[in-house]
Design a protein around this ligand. Sequence first.
Ligand code: PEP
Ligand code: MG
Length: 539
Amino acid sequence: MMRRYKAHTVAEGWASGVIRLFRRGPRPVRPYPVKDIREEKKRYECAKEKCMRQLQELYTGALREVGELGAEEILAQRRLLQSTEYNEAVGHILTGQEVNAEYAVATVGKNMEDMYRLSDEEEQGRKADRIREVTDRLLDALDEHVPWSEWKEEGIILAADRLLPQETAQLDTSRIRGLLLTEESAHSHGAMLARSLGIPALSGIGFSEAWDGKEALLCGEKEGWLILEPEPEQQEEMKTKQREKREKKRLLEELKGKDDITPGGRRIRLYAGIAGPGGLSEVLSNDGAGIGLFRSEFLYLNRRDEPAEEEQFRIYRQLAENMAGRPVFIRTADLGSDKRRRSGLAWEENPAMGLRGIRYALEHPTLLRTQLRAIFRAAAYGDIALLYPMLTSMEELARLRKIEEAVKAELKAEEILCPDIPRGIMIETPAAALISDALAPETDFFCIGMNDLMQFVLAADRRNPKVEGLFDVQHPAVLRLLRQIIENAHRGGAWVMISGDCCETSEMTALLLKMGIDGFCVPPAQLLPMRQKIRSAAE
Ligand code: PEP
Ligand code: MG
């Protein structure tokens, strides 16, 4: 029987499909029989090779930073991974029980760890920890699992209490047509990524287990609706809306190749913000004039180790080369807050205002130096700029500059080409906004991060749907601050772009243009609608 539920729209659009519930929990490692044990052994060998490569890269970095003694633990992990004891035990379970590699690895890891834990000796305890690390590493390498890989339906509406940024980044967009999120607010990363992937999403619906497998229509308009077990005429109505949307899209297509220029003739920088190299094709297909914000922290998620210099260099170089002379703004990792790595971040009471962004980077200089090396090296292959997140003081900027200089000197000593590149900062804390007059002469550009700036200025958690109504881009406090930032930037010789979900309306776009904003950074799917707003803005 048809039922209708009211919801918040966090990403606009319509979708029809079968609801599937996504439950997160500790990964259960269960045995299952495997027919082709040779293939399973190959899977194990591949996972092992992957871990060996990761450990080699980690070792090289550690050698440089902490010397041979400090890097010894990584070598010990490599030795364990190659040891006859570990490998024969895994092989024994695989062949003897004809089960999956995950089960064999988890069992061997647990048995060996338990054995060493029996002893009170410190060295034995260290061995037990090492076995745990290596086993987890192997399980990570074996795990290509995302729950939707087991779902058979072509059109899925995924229901979850909330999605972590790294889960959203892995969504199979070819089959997942819509999202139902209980707790997500429109300004969370999950919601933003859903929008940039073009997946309609609703929040604020308390779904039940009984919904799993039921047909539904998701209508994400100004008001959001979920229709469970819809009538045929409702399905028809949605098809009409989709047709209209296609027509609108066709009109936008006609804007491809046109300039981002106001009716008064001012050229505006209109760039796209993306969360990983996967977003590149969408930027290109939407005629993006640049990548205004590459959220590099996503390279660090979904894995236990840090991306090594070479890996990052390859990615940044690939971005720069593919953008072929168009700018790519790489933001150093804004780790912390809700973008937390699997390891290395301690629990914090209030992570949005905790050790995140450059605060985390300054406490972990090796991580920052590795990233800067990769960025500076890649800059030889295109138009790359550097951007720092979550800055609050001049002292932080001075410390960052010192590290930059040291990294550059290091690269020069290695005779590695290291061009000077534009450097900018995110203005996303009230402190940065209020000292923007002092910051501007020290930087080439600002990127205003409206999601964070608004959450701090309006004291409204961007992830909390209960205070979503407080996110008013036209709040006098926000407008006053924006005006101040833009004026200060220009007075200090810097230009300013604005990023975050703040220009949904033509009115706000026009207002920002009147204030003198120089650029916008929007999700790739918003590039052409934004071009239209710029070209028709009342000045
Ligand atoms: C912002 O805060 O608005 C921003 C652009 O950065 P992020 O959304 O990645 O925090
Ligand atoms: Mg931010």
